[in-house]
Design a protein around this ligand. Structure first.
Ligand SMILES: [Mg+2]
Length: 369
């Protein structure tokens, strides 16, 4: 069988590291990137801040209690995007098969790389050195035969490290791998797994496909494959998007009330993209992913373009209210997007709402990890 060489690159505490680079006098201090507001949450925490128990998605109110001496900085998404493009250009010197996951993470398929470097560990080392030299920032890397394993591996030697899982080491690695390390296994799923007596990916292997289907729905099939280190998903180079969107995946599953606290900074980020790209948008979409990987979307289409950031926020808040409340529901991702795009400058006066049928769709599990 053809063995692939996949690298997952993940910048270390990206937003916070960029801010520290811009303000070197803050080095050594706990730094938190977050909007200031009674209900806002942390976008990124520096490693110093993490020592105080601070982490992304934590409410700023809690953070200020735990670490009042931290320096709180409002995010500069424009700058993060610039740096992200710079990093992307470095990747492109090694391969065309680049799949960005967010501003600071990407999968690369370097099985055949432009520099004809035989070992993927050397490609990863060179890329990390290029990133350090050109941006002054550190990245960590995971090297493995597929995306699932590469993503876990990039976390293994963080920050500023790399970890390789060659095919012959995969089985032993999975044997003792805690289940919480498997992408997609949140708090709710983990509790269920523990109740079934599973604690490591090795334990998971004792279950038949059918059993896993019964316990975890379609995600059970995915778990069956992952427990064996199988993941055939190709690295998909990104295409131009028809819709502009932004989203955040949380480190743990949270109820809707808590996850919706991300709306203000997602809204600001999205509006910044809309104005920078000099476009207008007539529709707003809310996307949620539940702990069990259902994707729920709601959208609103207006007869004229959104006039300002406040109207975007308002639309998002309206959509949130349309999500049926089930008290045991937990969510792992929240995103908003705008569509029905046109170049800015076309004046329209009406501001009417026409409502779309709410849609709820099953997610493609392959997208989930
Ligand atoms: Mg990162």
């Amino acid at each position: 069988m053809h063995v692939r060489k996949i690298i997952h690159i993940d910048m270390d505490a990206f937003y916070a590291s960029v801010e520290l680079r811009e303000q070197p006098q803050l080095r050594g201090k706990p730094v938190v990137v977050a909007w200031d507001g009674p209900r806002s949450v942390i976008c990124a925490a520096s490693y110093e801040a993490r020592r105080f128990g601070l982490h992304s998605a934590m409410s700023v109110a809690t953070a200020k209690r735990l670490c009042p001496q931290a320096v709180y900085i409002a995010p500069h998404f424009d700058l993060y995007r610039q740096v992200s493009q710079q990093i992307h250009q470095i990747f492109a010197q090694y391969t065309d098969l680049i799949e960005p996951l967010s501003l600071d993470e990407a999968y690369l398929d370097v099985t055949r790389n432009h520099q004809h470097i035989p070992y993927a560990v050397d490609v990863a080392r060179r890329i990390r050195a290029d990133i350090a030299a050109q941006t002054g920032l550190t990245a960590s890397a995971g090297i493995a035969p597929n995306k699932f394993l590469a993503k876990i591996a990039s976390d293994w030697r963080k920050p500023n490290g790399q970890f390789a899982l060659p095919p012959q080491k995969v089985a032993a690695f999975l044997e003792t791998l805690p289940l919480a390390k498997i992408p997609g296994v949140g708090k709710v799923t983990l509790q269920k797994m523990n109740a079934l007596g599973m604690h490591t990916a090795g334990d998971l292997r004792a279950f038949e496909r059918g059993e896993l289907l019964n316990h975890f729905g379609r995600y059970g099939y995915r778990l069956y494959d992952l427990a064996r280190g199988n993941d055939e998903r190709p690295v998909k180079p990104s295409r131009e998007r028809l819709q502009i969107s932004t989203e955040i995946t949380l480190p743990e599953d949270l109820p809707l009330a808590e996850i919706s606290r991300h709306l203000p900074h997602l809204g600001d980020d999205l509006w910044e993209q809309v104005t920078r790209k000099k476009i207008q948008a007539r529709s707003v979409t809310l996307k949620l992913k539940t702990a069990d990987f259902r994707i729920i979307t709601r959208s609103l289409t207006y007869s004229s373009a959104l006039p300002d950031a406040a109207s975007l926020q308002q639309a998002a808040a309206t959509l949130i209210r349309r999500i049926p409340r089930q008290h045991d529901d937990a969510f792992r991702l929240i995103g908003i997007g705008v569509g029905h795009l046109m170049p800015a400058g076309q004046q329209q006066s009406l501001w009417h709402e026409e409502e779309n049928e709410p849609q709820t769709s099953e997610s493609d599990q392959s997208e989930a990890v």
